[in-house]
Design a binder for this molecule. Structure first.
Ligand SMILES: *[C@@H]1O[C@H](CO)[C@@H](O)[C@H](O)[C@H]1NC(C)=O
Ligand SMILES: *[C@@H]1O[C@H](CO)[C@@H](O)[C@H](O)[C@H]1NC(C)=O
Ligand SMILES: *[C@@H]1O[C@H](CO)[C@@H](O)[C@H](O)[C@H]1NC(C)=O
Ligand SMILES: *[C@@H]1O[C@H](CO)[C@@H](O)[C@H](O)[C@H]1NC(C)=O
Ligand SMILES: *[C@@H]1O[C@H](CO)[C@@H](O)[C@H](O)[C@H]1NC(C)=O
Ligand SMILES: *[C@@H]1O[C@H](CO)[C@@H](O)[C@H](O)[C@H]1NC(C)=O
Ligand SMILES: *[C@@H]1O[C@H](CO)[C@@H](O)[C@H](O)[C@H]1NC(C)=O
Length: 648
């Protein structure tokens, strides 16, 4: 009796202390769970990358995720999105990660933060800035002194910004991931992981829960986990959940079970069929994961879009398309799917789902056909596209040597001898990174492509101008070939001679379009349409119709019979189109880039040949996406197992 009273008296201040005291989040190794403010806790989270969604849509997507019954979200922070050149940081507009975190918190979410420095994510170079390659033998993701110096500087900027958002500081962030799937990387450098662990601790404090994520296999966990960082695993649906978590237990005999990336869908590559993972399979495995009491993050809950040049690539070189729809429960455009409701039904078995209406699918509008007129070719507009002016050198320089991260560089030289018969122009060391549009004296003669087409025949007189416009199609984001230099990365040969004496033009196409510097074409004799044309700009405009409520709305741009290139609307770079390769055909156009106040300007850079030899060039705005058209190449078709192993 006395003891009981004494007990209550003693307990009371503790309980009050908890509810009034500082919020806490921790791992309870004794009871194999997380603890939030002292209570047993597990999360059911979904991945959303703010960098793949226009800012105005963050709230809509987050609300839909909330209504699905999730209690947390997970996001990556792509370093190269925020530090495009050394020391120049960008955290505003679509890059305002603090606003994103605040929004998540206001909606009622906890946050699992994945700040890298490497993130993979099917994002250019796995989120690492290309300027790191200025030291050409840098060993990324290792103790390499120059790499570490850059990481320290970046994390010294980012992590102090994140600190107030930690749960224990009143914010939404419950856990912070260090690196990403490091056990899949060849370097296996424990000193690097140890350095990151110390660095993260020094900025975030001793009570931050730091973790790692690796494939669910002892082999991955060996190099990916480290004392002091809680080891979690990732695995997709359809497998043996018990066996997958047994792998986690090899590294963490105690603590909560966590699948940090449960794949709701899968990525795409240009030239491979669109990935589709059945909703029923996802629901079944999710149920199994939740039934064992594990915490889980659904990767992706909404994939979004690789706008601009942000897509990555896998090796052997296979770039990812513009859409990152991922066959996720919310589509690229944030639409509710059958998979969304299937997942919601499963979550309902374990957690109370918030009441109230789910924000509806945003309406799409078919604005119809827009006729484009031909503007200049790239060589015609060169003066206005190459802001930094040409660079001359004996041998070709790479993008990073030219201080160009993304897009296009024009390499120009002259034929050194008479090529009266077709003479092979080659990249014997497979150094076209990644695709090149070749012309002689202003006439398109062929296309070279990394791994696929290393030779094209040219003819012409000695001294003829040889132009090779090289496109960076996205840097490798996974595996050991992430030092992915762009441009002409080895010498070109003509016949048996090595070409010398290059003039290189870094192109600032996005800036030129925004500043309206492209002129109309100079009329030429177009009597005979060619199979291939010089890379050329096209432009047209359309007006948002009046009298229809709620316009502008989202739409999709379809470029029937256009071949390959980029589209901008009002200067916003929507990304690459390549319908001839597939599987993606249409590009998502968020309403936020459209204007009702002025005509909307559509600019297309067609790299191969526009379909306008007999009549006007048209693009059309339609109300449904096409992401699964038949593909021209399908040599990666074997990668269909929805596992990280498939990407090796
Ligand atoms: C799943 O894995 C566990 C542990 O490895 C094993 O005991 C069980 O038989 C497996 N289940 C199936 C259906 O293969
Ligand atoms: C190329 O051929 C022309 C005649 O077609 C000739 O006049 C010229 O000398 C040749 N140049 C070289 C470098 O062989
Ligand atoms: C180049 O021309 C030669 C001779 O005409 C021909 O044998 C060869 O196939 C051609 N190569 C390419 C890549 O077109
Ligand atoms: C081109 O060849 C020259 C001479 O062999 C060499 O010095 C140079 O590094 C090569 N350039 C590239 C980009 O491979
Ligand atoms: C560059 O842009 C300016 C301004 O629009 C224009 O006057 C000029 O003709 C352009 N130069 C070329 C080569 O198109
Ligand atoms: C489209 O371009 C025209 C002409 O430069 C300009 O007046 C108009 O404001 C642009 N539209 C938008 C929405 O920016
Ligand atoms: C593409 O997706 C649509 C919509 O999901 C579907 O109706 C169609 O059958 C699919 N086409 C192919 C070729 O898979």
């Amino acid at each position: 009796m006395h003891l009981l009273i004494l007990g209550s008296v003693l307990l009371l201040p503790l309980v009050i202390g908890h509810s009034l005291g500082a919020p806490s989040f921790s791992i309870d190794y004794k009871n194999d769970c997380f603890r939030k403010d002292g209570e047993v806790f597990r999360y059911i989270s979904g991945s959303i990358h703010y960098s793949r969604i226009p800012r105005v849509y963050w709230k809509d997507r987050l609300l839909k995720m909330y209504m699905a019954g999730l209690n947390a979200i997970q996001t990556y922070i792509p370093w190269n999105y925020h530090e495009e050149s050394p020391g120049r940081y960008s955290f505003s507009g679509d890059r305002d990660v603090e606003h994103f975190l605040q929004l998540a918190k206001d909606i009622g979410f906890l946050v699992i933060l994945r700040p890298g420095p490497y993130i993979c994510a099917e994002w250019d170079m796995g989120g690492l800035p290309a300027w790191l390659l200025k030291k050409d033998d840098i060993v990324l993701r290792s103790s390499d002194a120059d790499y570490i110096a850059a990481v320290d500087k970046w994390m010294g900027t980012l992590l102090p910004m994140m600190k107030p958002f930690l749960y224990q500081n009143g914010g939404p962030i419950i856990t912070v991931q260090v690196e990403n799937e490091y056990g899949s990387y060849f370097a296996c450098d424990y000193n690097y992981l140890r350095h990151l662990s110390t660095l993260f601790r020094s900025h975030l404090g001793d009570d931050a829960v730091l973790f790692t994520t690796d494939g669910a296999g002892a082999g991955y966990l060996k190099c990916g986990s480290l004392q002091g960082l809680y080891a979690t695993v990732d695995f997709g649906p359809g497998g043996n959940v018990t066996a997958a978590f047994e792998a986690q237990r090899c590294a963490e005999p105690h603590g909560p079970l966590v699948n940090s990336e449960f794949y709701t869908g899968w990525l795409d590559h240009w030239g491979s069929p669109h990935s589709v993972v059945p909703a029923a399979l996802v629901a079944k495995s999710l149920n199994e994961i939740l039934a064992v009491g594990a915490s889980v993050n659904l990767y992706m809950f909404i994939g979004g879009t690789n706008f601009g040049y942000w897509n990555g690539a896998n090796w052997p070189y296979g770039p990812q398309p513009t859409s990152y729809d991922y066959d996720a429960p919310l589509t690229e455009a944030g639409d509710l799917t059958e998979k969304y409701f299937a997942i919601r039904e499963v979550i309902k078995l374990y957690r109370k789902i918030p009441e109230g209406p789910i924000p509806p699918t945003t309406p799409k509008y078919a604005y119809g056909t827009v006729v484009l007129k031909k503007l200049q070719t790239i060589p015609d507009a060169l003066e206005n596209l190459s802001f930094s002016g040409p660079v001359k050198s004996m041998y070709p320089q790479t993008f990073v040597e030219l201080n160009q991260a993304f897009g296009y560089v024009l390499y120009r030289t002259a034929l050194p001898f008479n090529c009266s018969a077709p003479t092979p122009l080659s990249s014997p060391l497979n150094g076209i990174h990644d695709r090149a549009y070749v012309s002689v004296e202003g006439v398109a003669v062929g296309i070279l492509e990394r791994d696929k087409a290393l030779t094209v025949n040219v003819s012409g007189k000695a001294g003829s101008q040889l132009d090779i416009l090289v496109e960076n199609m996205g840097r490798i984001n996974y595996g050991k070939y992430i030092n992915d230099f762009k441009g002409l990365v080895s010498n070109m040969t003509l016949g048996s001679d090595m070409l010398r004496g290059w003039t290189m033009y870094s192109l600032s196409i996005d800036e030129a379009i925004r500043e309206g510097l492209l002129g109309e074409m100079t009329p030429t004799d177009e009597s005979q349409p060619a199979a291939l044309a010089l890379p050329t700009f096209y432009q047209g405009s359309f007006i948002i119709p009046e009298g229809i409520p709620d316009l502008p709305q989202d739409t999709y741009i379809n470029l029937p019979e256009w071949r390959k290139g980029h589209v901008w609307i009002n200067g916003f770079n929507l990304g690459r189109y390549w319908p001839s390769r597939g599987p993606q055909v249409t590009l998502f156009v968020p309403a936020s880039v459209l204007s009702s106040a002025a005509p909307n300007n559509v600019t297309v850079l067609e790299l191969e040949e526009a379909p306008c030899s007999s009549g006007p060039c048209g693009v059309e705005f339609i109300s449904t996406p096409i992401l699964n058209a038949t593909v021209q190449f399908n040599r990666h078709q074997h990668r269909r197992l929805f596992n990280k192993e498939d990407l090796l």
